[in-house]
Ligand binder design. Structure first.
Ligand code: ZN
Length: 689
């Protein structure tokens, strides 16, 4: 599971860069902020995106062997880049190659408005790893004139484009509707109720099959009575051939084999410089899984990965998160390479150490509590590289593995991405956001003072004790089976609620991670504001919520708002035509968070689909369109980018003959040059439709 930044609140860092002296459509990166003399943190701004950079403190201190290891794992991670593009949509690689060719060879006037709009589209495409918005998953329609596509193609090197033997006219006619027709592949991931979500989603995970057929196909795989089920469907595309439903497995020699062989090549090099035997065995197990595609091998790998807590360098690599799949089975390719931040790990470790106390004092029903919460290995990591599903838009916290039975039996690893959060906090600088939406000066002051720490703490607890808490009743299947398309939203809500319930607990002061309860109140202010109001800025007028984390946050906030109405726990105020939400009773609010946590844990433990569906549909999906309109207008005046993402550092080996004598980090790449460089260096999949 991953946790994303609550971008639009004032807490959690982020937010709100004014981003400043740049006009939104400016093309070149202007250095406008620095953390060190060498590295500009704030980079390009375009459309709804603010690009940032992050640094890798501590990399220089690594031993040569650790640097070599990091380099090999960096190459392994990057080698799978094509896979994620192709998973998201079958046309993405072809369109990417076409965009790259135009950017590199276009001979027309680059100052004309249409060309500038094309460049903005190219950036949005790269940012989203394809034609659908990275967050809303709606298809992004280019702003340049459709007729201008003809100019772009005819004035660029057509022979370098993946035209599959089509002539220019045919190729343009083929591309135009894919780019401009809003009805073709309209939605990347559809979670709409009562729709065939497999048919309605245009990700490249299923072909020619219905949701029913997919459900049937995987139901037949489950071995009754066996708790330690493999993650059926995680590493394959489901297709129908000659009337028969079957899987095309992502492995060496199978689908995506060309890229996977490169990943294996670099992983095998990494094995030779592993830090210790546990890490060596882990990397070897990952290689084995990529070779066989056998999900049992994947489980073996995950168990080894969880147990390797001593290594300084770590990588989460493979088909991991299932948010790209409306059926929550298929893992999106991602790679997050990191080194452990020894200092910052102390805070998160203090929380992890008390996991049993938090479980014992939780408001959930006694029968849903874990008697012993196992193996929570919490740490703060310093990211070295991200790829696939983790870039350029990144999580700020990760909790893996996702297999419920491994989490219960062996444990899980929870990490907070320290240097990413630091860049967000840096960029936040002087946010005008809380001044606009905060109900009174006390709230505004508190959020400014404690918002960043509150956000960090909430993230830590979400990951470390949230996802790890509670247990499923004996005989009840995993939530992807019982709660289906509501599983992710409910799981994220559950983890958020554990964090919210405890963030105003004196216990956090006692263990030395929080100076005052005011920190917890700042989190309540921010969370309610975001869930009831400000996150609406991220969706289009007329739309309802689709993304799991957004659904979860509205579900939580609007449930406590409704349930607390009689006691006036949260008050809706209109002043000068503007809406505000004011928390009148923080203690009662905490109690309400506890009640909702108890109910959602019950739903998960019992696999109660009907109650889960009704919670999500009644509180987490429908949007107050008048409020949405107001939020959009107020935000527009602030000129804040709703999303942020990162340009990656580059690892460059210093070679002497065949051996690596050092590895250097280069920071100051720009977004498009980096994308073009990646396109040259890491394109391994054939383009065919
Ligand atoms: Zn989570």
């Amino acid at each position: 599971m991953r946790i994303l930044l609550v971008i639009l609140t004032a807490t959690a860092g982020v937010l709100a860069l004014t981003s400043c002296k740049q006009t939104p459509k400016q093309e070149n990166t202007t250095p406008i902020a620095k953390t060190t003399p060498e590295v500009e943190i704030v980079a390009d701004r375009f459309a709804d995106i603010q690009m940032l950079r992050y640094t890798i403190p501590g990399f220089e201190e690594l031993s040569l062997q650790q640097k070599q290891l990091a380099y090999y794992l960096y190459m392994a991670g990057m080698s799978g880049r094509d896979i994620f593009y192709d998973q998201k949509n079958r046309y993405n690689l072809q369109i990417r190659k076409t965009i790259e060719t135009i950017l590199e060879t276009y001979q027309g006037d680059k100052n004309e408005d249409n060309y500038k709009k094309f460049v903005v589209y190219a950036k949005r495409f790269f940012f989203s790893n394809g034609i659908h918005h990275h967050y809303s998953t709606d298809k992004m329609i280019p702003e340049f004139d459709p007729a201008f596509l003809d100019t772009l193609i005819s004035k660029s090197d057509f022979n370098k484009m993946p035209n599959e033997g089509k002539n220019i006219e045919e190729y343009i006619a083929f591309l135009k509707p894919i780019l401009f027709d809003p009805k073709i592949d309209a939605k990347g991931v559809s979670l709409a109720a009562d729709a065939d979500n497999v048919k309605a989603s245009s990700s490249n995970l299923y072909e020619g099959v219905t949701q029913k057929e997919v459900e049937q196909f995987y139901k037949s795989k489950i071995q009754p009575g066996v708790k330690e089920q493999p993650s059926w469907g995680l590493n394959s595309k489901v297709v129908k051939i000659n009337g028969k439903v079957e899987e095309q497995v992502w492995k060496s020699g199978g689908m995506y084999g060309a890229a996977i062989d490169k990943i294996i090549y670099w992983l095998e090099k990494a094995v030779t410089v592993a830090e210790n035997d546990a890490q060596k065995a882990t990397l070897e197990a990952l290689v084995k899984f990529y070779k066989t595609g056998n999900l049992k091998d994947y489980d073996d790998y995950c168990v080894l990965w969880v147990k390797d807590t001593a290594s300084r360098i770590d990588i989460a690599n493979g088909f991991i998160e299932v948010y790209l799949d409306p059926m929550h089975k298929k893992g999106a390719y991602e790679s997050v390479l990191s080194l452990k931040d020894l200092e910052a790990t102390k805070r998160i470790a203090a929380i992890g150490k008390e996991a049993q106390w938090f479980e014992d004092h939780s408001p959930i029903l006694p029968e849903h509590k874990k008697k012993s919460v196992k193996g929570i290995s919490a740490k703060v990591i310093t990211v070295i590289n991200e790829c696939g599903d983790a870039a350029p838009s990144t999580p700020i916290g990760i909790n893996l593995p996702n297999q419920e039975w491994i989490r219960e039996k062996v444990g899980s690893k929870s990490v907070s991405l320290g240097n990413i959060v630091a860049s967000y906090n840096y960029a936040r600088a002087k946010s005008p956001m809380i001044d606009e939406f905060g109900e009174n000066p006390q709230v505004i002051e508190r959020v400014k003072k404690y918002g960043a720490l509150a956000g960090d703490l909430h993230t830590d607890m979400h990951e470390v004790i949230g996802h790890a808490s509670g247990k499923i009743n004996d005989g009840v299947a995993n939530t992807d089976v019982t709660l289906k398309n509501y599983a992710s939203t409910l799981e994220e809500a559950r983890a958020d609620l554990v964090g919210l319930y405890y963030i105003t607990d004196k216990k956090l002061i006692d263990i030395g991670v929080m100076p005052t309860i005011e920190v917890g109140k700042a989190e309540y202010d921010s969370y309610i504001l975001n869930g009831l109001m400000t996150q609406l800025n991220r969706i289009n007028p007329g739309d309802n919520l689709e993304e799991s984390h957004m659904r979860n946050r509205q579900l939580v906030a609007s449930w406590v708002y409704e349930k607390g109405k009689e006691a006036n726990v949260i008050e809706r105020i209109t002043r000068n035509g503007k809406t505000y939400f004011k928390i009148n009773d923080y203690d009662k609010l905490r109690t309400l968070f506890g009640e909702l946590l108890k109910e959602i844990q019950r739903i998960k433990s019992e696999g109660d689909y009907t109650s889960g569906k009704s919670l999500v549909e009644n509180f987490g999906v429908k949007v107050d369109q008048d409020l949405l309109k107001e939020v959009h207008e107020r935000y527009k005046a602030l000129n804040i980018a709703p999303y942020m993402g990162f340009i990656q550092p580059k690892l460059v080996p210093v070679m002497q003959g065949d051996s690596i004598t050092d590895v250097k980090v280069e920071y100051n790449n720009d977004f498009i040059p980096q994308m073009l460089e990646y396109g040259k260096e890491f394109s391994f999949l054939p383009i065919k439709n």
